[in-house]
Design a protein around this ligand. Sequence first.
Ligand SMILES: Nc1ncnc2c1ncn2[C@@H]1O[C@H](COP(=O)(O)OP(=O)(O)OP(=O)(O)O)[C@@H](O)[C@H]1O
Ligand SMILES: [Mg+2]
Length: 359
Amino acid sequence: MAILKVNNLSKSFGNVKAVQGVNFEAAEGEVLSLLGPSGCGKTTTLRCIAGFENPDVGEIHLDNRKITTIPPEKRGIGMVFQNYALWPHMTVYGNLAFGLQIRKVPKDEITKKIKKVLGMVQLEGYENRYPRQMSGGQQQRIAMARALVFEPEIMLLDEPLSNLDAQLREEMRFEFTELQRKLGITAIYVTHDQAEALVISDKIVILDQGKIVQSGSPKEIYSSPKNKFVAGFIAVTSFIDGRIDSFTEEKKKVIVKTDDGLVIHGFNNSFDIGKKVSVAMRMNVIKFIQDENKSDKNTVNIFKGKIIQSSYLGNIIDYKIKVGNWEVRTKSDAKYNFKVGEEVTFYLSPEDIIVTREE
Ligand SMILES: Nc1ncnc2c1ncn2[C@@H]1O[C@H](COP(=O)(O)OP(=O)(O)OP(=O)(O)O)[C@@H](O)[C@H]1O
Ligand SMILES: [Mg+2]
């Protein structure tokens, strides 16, 4: 059952259409991520749900209550803001107590709630610390505790990990997931980090310029991106544009031809012949063939190219290869030690090729 429903939400600032006709639902206990590039309307969507922004059009329902116009503090929502906004002049206790004091919660109850919530985020005994006396990760957990202390029905988190260094961010992803599962709380999680979204979400909604481009489970989005934008956004991907030339007898297989004469076999049967499409290749799909005389059962998708760039990453090497008029990238085992300028032959398994809309 959906606990949060966002229907046809639109919000403009002057002539900037920040959010345009956005629809999504989150089920109870689910993590739904809003993912998209900077400026695509993620924070605005979240602020409309929280009640800090009035939508121009649309409705928001929480637990079957229409909350579109009720004040933020009456919505039963906890929010963790982009860059977490802890008050620097207040201790942890002060930061956590503030909202409860406004709501006139009795003092001993406040103390109890704070103790409980600090336990949840594994910072027992931190009541008297100031934000500056804590690490970034600890401050981030206090920001989460500040949202949890109201026992909200739903949590909204706006890029809560964006201020942390890469390693800590990865650790915190797991901690967040663990805490969220333990509490069974529904969360709407804003991020522009695709890896983060894939790891923590039950459902991902991809936004571009205020509109939903695609929504679905991480697996659906990763394996069947609806267009070039999604494919490129969700993973480092190379593209070769062409047209659907024909279908093979095998179900779902299509043959794409490019203007410069490449013939690529891939998957997707939802396009008509002649349709302009983009062939999407992830970093790991290119397989080098070193000994050309070696018998190989693969007869299609064998290409010749030239290494134009190589970055050594320890156990793997990131190559850029020129194929026809195109450039493709691959991460490859460091045992293939090619030089820049070297000619290479490689194979693409049709199963690994995503044929997607060009636009
Ligand atoms: N208060 C405001 N007044 C005017 N324009 C605004 C306001 N808030 C947001 N915008 C504009 O609306 C668009 C969406 O902004 P929003 O903050 O929702 O993006 P975002 O997806 O959260 O981006 P980021 O990843 O950079 O945080 C942007 O073009 C932004 O400049
Ligand atoms: Mg934002």
